[in-house]
Design a protein around this ligand. Structure first.
Ligand SMILES: *Cc1c(COP(=O)(O)O)cnc(C)c1O
Length: 493
């Protein structure tokens, strides 16, 4: 299978090249050139997570040897996950929670970032490379730590993470500042996530930066990399299979998914699962107060002319959802159209898609957004009625499911993607269920643990005692110079 840029169909790269490069040279994102092969029900029903992962990845990353895919899957999905199921599904009274946060950093980003370094190393070896792969990553909080953890001390790689200085939770910040590994670097940027993401995307194509690279190739661990996207398709299949196994649906029956959405990566993976034959009826695109996607799905106009809000769900505080570009291409198969949308977005801050295209997108996607008060209420109610804790991102998706069901009457079984451990946002979650608000996040974790009789994840508990390694803060406009310097340091003969 070949991949091409969303902005130029005559690009043609192997999945390995797409994983190594991250972004296409023209600034577009890689998408499959051909329709995806369908999985058969027996490929994913009654299978382990690892078996299904092999099947899904052998379609999406067809070009890698099956041995390389197997090695990568088995190295990633092992005992570092606290659940042997990797992604367990929890029944609640009105749906299911797909728990994506049992990995080393307690957020769903681990699912992809535990395997991406292996996919990258396999591609590197196969291509006989001798350069250093310099991973640049912008993070709204969770990607940064998951990427740092995944890439720490991986040979031939170096990773640099940028996060918005005031846009992440205390715990998220500590997770990054205390990261271990010789090949890592972390910097806070005075700006928001979009500024960080723009900086990284600009750096990938900046003359100044590229000239500084000798035997260094820049790549990305953001969800613009297909090596991030492909592993996220897996859990849609495994959780569907769990519903069939518990008799909640018959094989072939439709299921809805409600997805807390930021950069549109996770939900796009659901769309790819649907294209690979999974009976997905609706994908509910859940947003917080930064509801640019809800408005897009309702009106066909994507516009960033709006206030930017910092919320309890920081990983969704995003105005420019990069992966939407992939949907635009896959729905239109028209690179000129995608280029014009992206130019409009860059120059005017908005674009509008044709009515027919919107109508087609709306046959699959529904948009809903949730304000802070309703988010708090969902957390409180679920805890009071079912003694079940959820984090604010999950609560946004849970609320979106309720709204969607109320508006449409659609009673198709619905799985809510639970994307972070409640302990990652302990102070906010505790405040929702108890009105207590300790300033120290570790106090909050302990209280949360006592109230809910659940355990604090080890990786979060240990943060209290780890030394801070990184406290660099840079101005937004100094980003490119900072990256150039880092590339000079990584350069070699
Ligand atoms: C990243 C993230 C999201 C959003 O996922 P996207 O792929 O960016 O849409 C939601 N919740 C949490 C906890 C996250 O870390």
């Amino acid at each position: 299978m070949r991949y091409q840029s969303t902005r130029n169909p005559s690009t043609s790269v192997t999945p390995q090249e797409a994983v190594l490069n991250g972004l296409a040279e023209d600034g577009g994102l890689f998408v499959p050139s051909e329709p995806l092969s369908l999985l058969k029900p027996e490929d994913y029903l009654n299978r382990t997570y690892q078996e299904t992962a092999e099947k899904v990845l052998s379609v999406l990353l067809d070009g890698y040897s099956s041995a390389a895919i197997r090695r990568s899957v088995l190295s990633a999905y092992d005992s570092r996950f606290t659940s042997p199921e990797i992604v367990p599904l929890r029944r609640i009274s009105d749906g299911w929670l797909m728990e994506l946060w049992h990995g080393p950093t307690s957020a769903f980003k681990d699912i992809a970032l535990t395997i991406l370094p292996h996919l990258l190393s396999e591609a590197y070896a196969e291509e006989g490379r001798d350069d250093t792969i310099a991973i640049l990553t912008a993070t709204s909080g969770d990607t940064g730590k998951a990427a740092l953890s995944g890439f720490a001390d991986v040979p031939h790689t170096a990773i640099t993470v940028f996060y918005p200085s005031d846009g992440v939770s205390k715990i998220q910040k500590l997770q990054m500042q205390t990261s271990r590994g010789r090949n890592i670097m972390v910097a806070a940027v005075k700006g928001n996530f979009d500024d960080c993401q723009r900086m990284v995307k600009t750096a990938c194509r900046s003359e100044e930066v590229l000239k500084a690279c000798h035997h260094v190739t820049i790549s990305s661990a953001n969800s613009i990399n297909i090596g991030r996207l492909a592993p996220q398709v897996v859990y849609y299949f495994t959780s569907y299979a769990k519903l069939v196994a518990e008799g909640a649906v018959n094989a072939g029956d439709p299921v809805n998914f409600s997805v807390p959405t930021g950069n549109f990566g996770d939900i796009l993976a659901g769309y790819l699962a649907r294209q690979m034959g999974l009976p997905v009826s609706r994908l509910i695109c859940a947003s917080n107060s930064n509801h640019v996607l809800t408005d897009f799905l309702n009106t066909g106009t994507y516009s960033i002319h709006r206030p930017f809000h910092l919320t309890m769900s920081p990983s969704m505080d995003i105005l420019i959802s990069s992966n939407l570009e992939r949907l635009l291409y896959l729905e239109s198969r028209d690179d000129a159209f995608v280029r014009s949308c992206m130019e409009h977005l860059q120059q005017e801050g908005s674009y509008t898609i044709p009515k027919e295209m919107l109508a087609h997108i709306r046959t699959v996607f529904a948009g809903c957004w949730t304000d802070e008060e309703s988010c708090r209420e969902e957390i409180r109610t679920l805890f009071e009625t079912e003694h079940q804790l959820i984090d604010p991102h999950t609560a946004i998706a849970y609320h979106a499911m309720h709204e969607y069901q109320k508006e449409t009457g659609d009673q198709t079984p619905c799985i809510v993607l639970s994307t972070a451990s409640p302990y990652k946002f302990a102070a906010d979650v505790l405040n929702c269920i108890s009105a207590e608000s300790p300033a120290d996040p570790f106090d909050a974790m302990q209280k949360l643990s006592a109230i809910s009789s659940t355990e604090i994840p080890e990786g979060l508990a240990e943060l209290r005692n780890l030394p801070i390694r990184f406290n660099t803060v840079i101005e937004n406009q100094d980003g490119i110079a900072f990256i150039r310097k880092r590339m000079e340091e990584l350069s070699h003969d």
